[in-house]
Design a protein around this ligand. Structure first.
Ligand SMILES: [Fe+2]
Length: 227
C-alpha cells in the first residue's frame, strides 16, 4: 500500500498502481499570487469549425446515427471569478458505447468493437455567456490496466483552451458503480468529487441530459479584446 502526501492530506493509493505516483503532487502546491494570475499568453487563433462538429452521434450531418444511448451535455465555462469564458475552444472525446476509442493506441489493447458510425471526437466554441452544448453517445466502460484489473467507468473527456490556460478534465456519470473503484476518481478529495460528475438535466432532441459546468483557474480567461 502506498501513501502519498498531498497538501497535508494523506491519500491511500492502490497497490502497484505506478501511474498514481506520477499524477499526485509530491510536495505542497504553490499558491500563485492573485495579481499574477491574469493570462499572459494570447489565445491561439480560433479554428474554423464545420457544421455539426458538436454532434458526435454522426460522423457527418446526414450520416447514420451511432449505436448506443444519445446524451446531451450542456454547461458553462467560467473563470475563477465566475466570469463566462466567451468564444473559447472546447474539444470533447469519448469511447463508443462498447468502451472502445477509435484511436490507434486502443487498437492494440482493446478487443471491444469499433462503431463505423462513431468517430468519438468533437469541437465547439462557447457562446457569449460561456455556454456549450455537445451531443454524443454515452460511452461504455473499458479496462485501462489489465495487470491490476482497473476498469474506467463511463466518462467524457474535455479540453478547454481558455486564454493562457488549458484545462483537460473528464465528466463522470452519476450512480455508476465503477466510479468508486476508479483510481483517478479516488484520488480527488472526497468533498470535491461531485465537481466531476454531470448532473441530470433536461435535454433537447429526446436525449438524456447532463449539466456540467467547468471552472478554469485564472482570471479574465476571455481575452480583453473580445469583450
Ligand atoms: Fe478515457
Amino acid at each position: 500500500m502506498d501513501h502519498t502526501q498531498n497538501s497535508g492530506r494523506v491519500l491511500t493509493v492502490v497497490v502497484n498502481d505506478r501511474e498514481s505516483e506520477t499524477r499526485t503532487p509530491a510536495r505542497p502546491l504553490l499558491r500563485i499570487p492573485r495579481d499574477a494570475r491574469d493570462p499572459f499568453a494570447m489565445c491561439p487563433p480560433m479554428p474554423r469549425l464545420r457544421p455539426g462538429e458538436h454532434d458526435l452521434t454522426q460522423t457527418a450531418p446526414g450520416r447514420p446515427r451511432a449505436a448506443g444511448e444519445v446524451i446531451e451535455i450542456t454547461g458553462r465555462i467560467l473563470d475563477e471569478d465566475l466570469r463566462p469564458v466567451r468564444r473559447t475552444l472546447v474539444e470533447v472525446w469519448n469511447a463508443n458505447t462498447f468502451g472502445r476509442y477509435s484511436h490507434v493506441i486502443d487498437a492494440g489493447r482493446n478487443d471491444a468493437p469499433l462503431d463505423p458510425h462513431f468517430y468519438g471526437f468533437g469541437r465547439l466554441v462557447t457562446d457569449d455567456e460561456g455556454r456549450y452544448q455537445v451531443t454524443t453517445i454515452k460511452p461504455g466502460a473499458y479496462i485501462a490496466r489489465t495487470d491490476i484489473g482497473w476498469w474506467r467507468p463511463p466518462h467524457v473527456h474535455f479540453s478547454i483552451v481558455g486564454s493562457g490556460v488549458r484545462l483537460v478534465t473528464q465528466m463522470y456519470f452519476p450512480d455508476e458503480p465503477l466510479n468508486d473503484k476508479d483510481y483517478i476518481y479516488l484520488i480527488i478529495p472526497e468533498d470535491d468529487r461531485d465537481r466531476v460528475v454531470g448532473h441530470p438535466s433536461a435535454a433537447r432532441h429526446g436525449a438524456r441530459g447532463f449539466l456540467f459546468d467547468i471552472v478554469l483557474r485564472g482570471r479574465y480567461q476571455t481575452p480583453p479584446d473580445l469583450d
